[in-house]
Write a protein that binds this ligand. Structure first.
Ligand code: IPM
Ligand code: MG
Length: 358
């Protein structure tokens, strides 16, 4: 197959890990007889420096015109001023909205070889294999009005949390579709005891659940869910929730594995539109350019890209198996090494994955 892929290296370690992943993709292409063509575009801080905005029109245009988008990471101390008019995060948020990728899939799976990296007791972590399915283009992230002003009590800020039933239904339906191919359980997370938005969410989610009686369904309040993710994470399969709750719970869930540097993500829109793939970790500016960043979360994101946007299941599986084998053989980048353990750099880790691909 011929596929057009837009690469968005971004800031910090983004360029290192995206370059490494491209190297692996090229080997997969040769091995399986595909042709991947790439266009590289600016996003985030580097885009602000070079063009004045975090998401240049050329970037969104290239992304819309490709089969899939692979992003590194954005942001860094240089662009951190909270009062700045342009911020790197606007790049990601604009891209999510521009691509209409409303379904953010964040798998949390414990690699056997890294089971003891978790801060949780190993008996709790055993068997954890869940997906946080986060609504990504609505809710309080995008609700209007939002802004800041000055009133009789001084400065104030405001945001609007809003969901309509079309937005709720389409993300909850995806949860049921995902669960059907997995362990057949959906957990919808809301704050229906307080928020009107959540009460509509719960009503619509229940309607979708009624249409999918083959799937076990439960509802959990978000504060309780924060607790359950720590004390019984293996009980969950697909956890579906809104934008803000999903942001928070997915960071929490990533810690179950103890290795943030390992977790990929996919953001998907309507069938036939380009998906957006990125590691869930940040730009780690402190180690940028040192050649020690862990490229595995980006490589695993590229595997999700092959599966979900390009329909290349076998190739995706081969990449995932290669990563497991490299870990099982004991190779570690600094972020996932135990103290005293020998480590490899970004390029060497990419080479090891390539070697394991055979
Ligand atoms: C994430 C990040 C983003 C978000 C930031 C960088 C805007 O935290 O992808 O989870 O809040 O969605
Ligand atoms: Mg986040």
């Amino acid at each position: 197959m011929d596929a057009k892929i837009t690469l968005l290296p971004g800031d910090g370690i983004g360029p290192d890990i995206v370059a490494e992943t491209r190297k692996v993709l090229d080997v997969v292409a040769v091995k399986y007889g595909h042709s991947f063509s790439y266009t590289e575009q600016l996003i985030g801080g580097i885009a602000i420096d070079e063009t004045g905005v975090a998401l240049p029109e050329a970037t969104l245009g290239a992304c819309l015109n490709s089969d899939a988008v692979l992003m590194g990471s954005v942001g860094g101390p240089k662009w951190d001023d909270p009062r700045a008019k342009v911020r790197p995060e606007q790049g990601i948020l604009g891209l999510r909205k521009g691509l209409n990728v409303f379904a953010n899939v964040r798998p949390v799976k414990v690699f056997d070889a890294l089971a003891d990296a978790s801060p949780l007791k190993s008996e709790r972590v055993k068997g954890v294999d869940l997906i946080i399915l986060r609504e990504l283009t609505g809710g309080i992230y995008f609700g209007s009005p939002q802004g800041r002003d000055v009133g009789e009590n001084g400065r104030f800020g405001y945001n609007t949390m809003i969901y309509n039933e079309v937005e709720i239904r389409r993300i909850v339906e995806i949860a049921f579709d995902l669960a059907r191919k997995r362990r057949k359980k959906v957990t919808s997370v809301d704050k229906a005891n307080v928020l009107a938005t959540s009460r509509v969410w719960r009503e619509v989610a229940q309607e979708v659940a009624d249409e999918n009686p083959d799937i076990e369904y439960e509802v959990v309040l978000v504060d309780a869910m924060a607790m359950y993710l720590i004390n019984k994470p293996a009980a969950y399969d697909v956890v579906v929730t809104g934008n803000l709750f999903g942001d928070i719970l997915s960071d929490e869930a990533s810690m179950i594995t103890g290795s943030l540097g390992m977790l990929p993500s996919a953001s998907l829109g309507l069938p036939g539109t380009p998906g957006l793939y990125e590691p869930i970790h940040g730009s780690a500016p402190d180690i940028a350019g040192k050649g020690i960043a862990n490229p595995l979360a980006t490589i695993l994101s590229a595997a999700m890209m092959l599966r979900s946007s390009l329909d290349l299941d076998e190739e995706a599986m081969a990449m995932e198996t290669a990563v497991s084998q490299v870990l099982a053989a004991g190779h570690r980048t600094a972020d996932i090494a135990k103290s005293g353990e020998k480590t490899v750099g970004t390029t060497a880790m990419g080479d090891l994955v390539i070697e394991a691909l055979g």
